[in-house]
Design a protein around this ligand. Structure first.
Ligand SMILES: Nc1nc2c(c(=O)[nH]1)N[C@H]1C(S)=C(S)[C@@H](COP(=O)(O)OP(=O)(O)OC[C@H]3O[C@@H](n4cnc5c(=O)[nH]c(N)nc54)[C@H](O)[C@@H]3O)O[C@H]1N2
Ligand SMILES: Nc1nc2c(c(=O)[nH]1)N[C@H]1C(S)=C(S)[C@@H](COP(=O)(O)OP(=O)(O)OC[C@H]3O[C@@H](n4cnc5c(=O)[nH]c(N)nc54)[C@H](O)[C@@H]3O)O[C@H]1N2
Ligand code: SF4
Ligand SMILES: [Mo]
Length: 864
């Protein structure tokens, strides 16, 4: 049956055609479908099924699949409801164009068809696999798990970050602690957990140093009340593309608030800037904190700041109260960073923001932070800085930061500084203003269960690592403690706790076993692929080297190819599940029914975990007698119990599939009544951060060179960060700042194997016209981009839409080395021909959050 569906589909595009390799046919087909839109009768189907796009753009759009003879013949979107954007309106949860291309994901040439095992004696990354049966695969996995548990205990197991099935409930892949694997592993005694994620690595911990909260902001619908809207590195035109999401909302804001002055501060002229902004302020990557200092210097010297507000609600700004101020900011217990049990870390010099602005006190000799000073660093003209600053005191002014600014080697200081300009100008807690965090998108949630129970209380592993640092736990777990790598305690509720004494929280075992479910992290979305390959191929010894990597994915991704066992996973369209979402005044729940049977030998992850549980003697506990569909029903029942107005029977609920609701609430306004910092005030100077700077070993136990380039600073100031604008030494060989924006054709690496998407916007390195001219590079020329870590080839997009000195490679393209030869695996000289930025990025952890500063890179460009 499955095989037949597959062939039937290939018949649709021309028999014998390589499905992803042949764009001409794909394109023709795309045109046919366009024509079909005008004449719906042009395609035939015998059933429709609600399903959804579960990848991690976050929107989880419902999709309607049309099936004929067991083959998906069309993927449509939500076409029920209206197009009205208003309180009480139920508008369509329309998917983006990627979602509509899912036939090319279901019937993709790269699908994993059978369980595969790495050929013995070959290296991870070489790509040599043999087919094995499901029985053999499950047996080998369970046997290895038992061995590892006996030798190392549960600390040696890791569930990798993976978001390809973020939208699922039973099939959920993110958060890893809410997955079927977490349920299985907790029943088995537990696994090493990680804190935070690739999205918000720095802002999550470092914005709260200033205001106690990384995520609250005014609901996006409130932007109709703003006089000015300033977006720092926020590009919803790319990152929130669904018809129900932010891009739609901000377009509505443009229409409904035509007077608003919208500014986008971004190194590249993003589609958001083009689509809705009045002004683009090009800025050098990771210099926003210098821009903010220049702005505040201007406002302060012009007397435009409200001194009373600052004295009552902020600490660490003024020199005269500084020493007393910071006493209030002392972390009181281990729920805060930098707890100083002995009370030894006393400050008696002036480290206030005022001193910083003036270049006095602790900052003697650093000069005044005038707009001219900021201009030299940021590349933003001083007059533009002054005019931008004035917008914040002529409000209400909304401040929103995307997560680009924080994904840098000093990104936490960016995040804090952007929130500082919003708060210090009195824009927090008012309609039309906002906190400077990312926008809040609202929504009216359905109270169904969105994850199966996972028994975290059974997890015996009480320490956790940063999401970004698992690689070090393969190579040298003994170097990892709280003061070197930010290892933390984790309690039954999953809350992380800091050390009472620096250096006392340690890992107990190396990572020996990794589950990769719906994750392309390990040879895709992490960083420094070459060094990662070296780490994956370390010999399996007592204290280092991984023993087994198991990947469950639909596709033979670069990460699958570093695994020992690859298991064919079903796509979301081949299983039953339930998904929720919504924005502004709406919410939806979609009860999804498998549109087709699993292709080839693919299995749903719940079934895979059940098979393993069975081998481990845990089947009954794992399933509680429930099938996947029973869990979907259970989720529905939770909704009924919580009072949702659902049909009386699950069968009717499932039959209808998509439910939407609405309310008429006023846009939520983020308040500053309760600030969850130690002082309860805005901490311009963070004593927590200052203490860490004294307590922590910023070389990460010797992993990072002792070059003073990683700093933890009490104030959110600009410093000469790793591979930043001021890194003159590295710039001698690698003169360009390289960032990597999230692009429209993919969600990370997902959809990266869809020919229709590739044909719309090929993978290209954005480079300014002046820079290209100097290099003799023309639009469309192939270039090789290299950093100290690797080389990648792709074509150049020569454009005025990126500032000179900066280049950007859209992140998420599939790593495609010119050779997978065993002898050169992990070599920096191997050329990647996929345009994959992760060959170029650095795995050096950020100083406070131990996260991913992957937008901070210096590179050189050569014509290929
Ligand atoms: N189409 C699509 N949508 C997605 C995703 C995807 O891969 N594809 N991924 C989803 C996920 S999981 C996430 S976390 C979000 C990611 O959302 P973001 O993290 O916000 O996306 P980025 O593109 O990394 O960064 C946003 C902007 O910041 C700019 N930028 C980079 N560095 C700086 C800086 O130092 N200062 C300033 N001012 N700007 C800077 C970039 O040029 C970019 O335009 O998007 C989500 N949506
Ligand atoms: N340089 C750089 N790196 C980055 C970022 C950046 O901005 N720059 N952004 C980071 C961010 S914000 C994030 S969130 C991460 C995302 O990193 P990942 O979570 O790895 O995201 P994807 O690349 O989308 O990989 C998802 C995987 O799930 C698989 N998958 C999709 N659907 C299914 C399914 O139904 N079943 C199964 N079994 N598998 C499925 C896909 O094939 C794919 O291999 O990347 C991070 N990496
Ligand atoms: S990728 Fe597109 S279809 Fe999928 S959830 Fe995101 S916006 Fe929706
Ligand atoms: Mo993300």
């Amino acid at each position: 049956m499955s095989r037949r569906s597959f062939l039937a589909w290939s018949g649709l595009v021309g028999a014998g055609v390589a499905l992803t390799g042949c764009s001409p046919h794909g394109e023709e087909k795309a045109k046919d479908e366009g024509a079909a839109d005008a004449t719906p009768a042009a395609f035939e189907y015998d059933s429709t099924h609600w399903s959804g796009c579960h990848v991690n753009c976050g929107s989880r759009c419902p999709l309607k699949l049309y099936v004929k003879d067991g083959t998906v013949v069309r993927v449509g979107n939500d076409n029920e409801g209206t197009d009205d954007f208003e309180p009480g309106g139920i508008y369509q949860m329309r998917s983006c164009v990627r979602g509509r291309t899912n036939r090319q994901r279901i019937y993709n040439e790269t699908r994993v068809q059978k369980p595969l095992r790495r050929v013995e004696g070959t290296k991870r990354g070489e790509g040599q696999y043999e087919e094995i049966s499901w029985d053999e695969a499950i047996d080998q996995i369970a046997t290895t798990m038992k061995e590892i548990k006996d030798e190392y205990g549960n600390d040696a197991f890791y569930i990798q970050y993976g978001t390809g099935q973020l939208g699922g409930t039973v099939a959920k892949s993110w958060h890893p602690d809410k997955t079927a694997f977490a349920r299985l592993m907790n029943l088995y005694g537990g696994y090493l957990r990680h804190y935070c994620d690739y999205s918000t690595g720095q802002i999550n911990w470092e914005l709260p140093l200033f205001n106690g909260d990384a995520y609250s902001n005014n609901e996006v619908t409130d932007l109709v009340n703003s006089k000015n809207i300033v977006l720092f590195g926020n590009n919803p035109a790319n990152t929130r593309m669904s018809g129900s999401a932010m891009q739609y909302l901000i377009t509505q804001v443009r229409l409904q608030n035509p007077e608003a002055h919208i500014v986008v501060v971004d190194p590249h002229l993003s589609d958001t800037a083009i689509g809705v902004a009045n002004q683009w302020v090009p800025i050098r990557p990771c210099t926003d904190m210098a821009l903010v200092a220049g702005m505040i210097h201007h406002l302060f010297t012009e007397g435009k700041l409200d001194e009373e507000l600052i004295r009552s609600k902020f600490i660490g700004f003024f020199s005269d109260t500084f020493v007393e101020d910071v006493k209030q900011g002392e972390p009181k217990d281990t729920s805060f960073m930098g707890f100083d049990k002995a009370g030894a870390l006393v400050i008696d010099e002036d480290m206030s923001y005022e001193a910083y602005l003036k270049g006095t006190g602790a900052y003697e000799g650093t000069g005044e932070k005038t707009p001219e000073w900021a201009a030299a660093i940021t590349g933003v003209p001083a007059d533009t800085i002054r005019a931008l600053a004035d917008l914040f005191v002529d409000g209400p002014t909304a401040t929103i930061q995307g997560w680009g600014p924080q994904r840098h080697s000093a990104g936490g200081n960016n995040a804090r500084a952007i929130a500082l300009i919003a708060a210090i100008t009195g824009n927090v807690g008012i309609s039309g203003g906002g906190t400077g965090a990312r926008e809040a998108v609202g929504g009216v949630p359905y109270k169904v269960a969105t994850a199966i129970p996972t028994f975290p209380e059974k997890n015996t592993v009480d320490v956790c690592v940063s999401f970004f640092d698992w690689y070090q736990a393969i190579e040298d777990y003994q170097s990892m403690d709280d003061a070197t790598w930010g290892v933390r305690h984790i309690n039954e509720k999953g809350a992380t706790i800091y050390a009472e004494e620096p250096g006392t929280i340690k890992l107990k075992a190396p990572i020996k076993f990794i589950w990769n479910y719906a994750s392309n992290v390990m040879a895709g979305q992490h960083a420094d692929i070459n060094d990662s390959l070296r780490i994956y191929n370390l010999p399996d010894e007592k204290d280092s080297g991984v023993r087994m990597i198991v990947t469950v994915d639909c596709y033979l991704t670069p990460t699958a190819l570093v695994s020992d066992i690859i298991l064919p996973g079903t796509t979301a369209f081949e299983e039953d599940d339930i998904v929720t979402g919504g924005t502004a005044w709406t919410g939806f729940v979609c009860c999804e029914s498998a549109a087709i049977d699993p292709l080839f030998e693919a299995k749903p992850v719940y079934e895979i975990c059940t098979l393993i549980a069975d081998k481990l003697g845990l089947k009954d506990q794992f399933t509680e007698g429930k099938s996947q569909l029973d869990w979907v029903k259970w989720s529905y029942e939770q909704g009924v119990e919580a009072g949702e107005d659902f049909p009386a029977t699950f069968e009717e609920f499932r039959e209808q599939g998509l439910f939407k609701k609405t309310d008429q609430h006023e846009p939520a306004i983020a308040t500053d009544e309760k600030i969850a910092t130690p002082s309860g005030k805005y901490e311009v100077f963070s004593k927590q951060a200052y203490n860490l700077s004294k307590q922590w070993d910023l070389t990460c136990g010797g992993y990072v060179p002792d070059d003073g380039r990683d700093q933890i600073t009490g104030l959110p100031i600009y410093y000469n960060n790793v591979e930043g604008f001021g890194d003159e030494a590295t710039k001698a060989d690698y003169p360009f700042q390289l960032i990597g924006h999230h692009t429209k054709t993919r969600t990370h690496s997902s959809y990266g194997n869809v020919e229709w998407m590739k044909s719309v916007a090929p993978q290209q390195c954005w480079i300014n016209e002046q820079d290209a001219a100097a290099l003799g590079v023309e639009n469309g020329d192939d270039v090789i981009v290299s950093t100290e870590r690797g080389r990648s080839q792709l074509s150049a997009k020569v454009t005025p839409r990126i500032m000179p000195g900066v280049v950007s490679i859209p992140q998420g393209a599939w790593y495609d080395p010119e050779t997978r030869d065993a002898a050169t695996i992990g070599s920096k000289d191997v050329l990647d021909k996929g345009g994959c930025i992760s060959v170029l990025t650095s795995a050096r952890p950020t100083p406070i959050s131990k996260g991913n500063g992957v937008h901070s890179n210096l590179c050189k460009i050569e014509k290929a």
